[in-house]
Structure formats: C-alpha cells, structure tokens
Design a protein around this ligand. Sequence first.
Ligand SMILES: [Fe+2]
Ligand SMILES: [Fe+2]
Length: 176
Amino acid sequence: MPAETFVSRLNEQIANEFAAHQQYVACAVYYDAETLPQLARFFYRQALEERDHAMMMVQYLIDADADVTIPGVAAPQTSFQDIVEPITLALEQEKRVSQQINGLAATAREASDFTSEQFTQWFIKEQVEEVATMSDLLRVVERSKHDPMEIENYMAREHSGGEGEDPTAPHPAGAE
Ligand SMILES: [Fe+2]
Ligand SMILES: [Fe+2]
C-alpha cells in the first residue's frame, strides 16, 4: 500500500489535473471563438493531456488498492482581455503544477514510499517539457500579438501533430 500521506496528496493532485483540463478547454474555446483554430487545437489537445494525467493517477491508486476520489473542480477562467492572457495563465498553471508534483515526490520520499516516488518521476519530466513549451509559446505570442496569423502559422509549423506515443508514460485508467 502507498503511504497514506501520499494517497491523500495524490487525490488532491487528481483534482488539480482535472482543473487544468477545464482551464485548457476554456482557453481552447476562447481561441476557437476568436477564429484562431491552430491555437484552439493546441489547447484542446493540451486539455486531453491533463485529463490523461488525472486518469494515470487514478489508475495508480486503483492498482495500489488505495482510495480514489473523483473530485469536483473549481471553475476555470473563461474570459480573457487579449490573446496573450490565456498563455500567461497556462504558464503560471504549469509552474504551479511543477511545484505540486515536486511536493508529491517529496511526500513519497519522506514516507519512504519508493514505489510512489518512482511513479512521480514521469510527471517531473513531463512538467519540464510543459513549462518549456508554454514559455516558448508565450514569447512567440507576445512578439506577434498584433499579427495573430503569424502566430497561427507558427502553431501550424511547430505544433501540428500530436506528441506521438511515449512508451514510458503511465497507463491512464479507462484507456485502450
Ligand atoms: Fe498535468
Ligand atoms: Fe500540463
């Protein structure tokens, strides 16, 4: 069994990941309504990744025979003053999640729960990528905020496909 302190923090993190999902859906819908389909597509895809993160954590708890609580989530921000703001918000969110994941790893280590500590490792690596992606994107969008088509071209060029399979990723509950 994983340490009780870890189980309770992981359940909190499941709520954080679902909240991140809702926030990215809200960002995607904002861009979709602004007719910026490439930015919308990026955030729809990003939202699905957050859902997967939550479901990976759910699967871990199920496998470990620990309690899982599927949470309600806080309402996302749905209106933005300009096309830069959703990305500023996303970068802050990713930085916050990085701290939360590090906190999870620390909780597992303090409890000498090395299995759970190992489970957090993939998420630590994932957060490094997500923070880097969002800070690159913020730079691009700030530079070209008066020329949204330039941003759309960048997104089509740099973020067109999915990320492809990551064989080291934990299994999300319910996934094929
Ligand atoms: Fe996440
Ligand atoms: Fe993320």
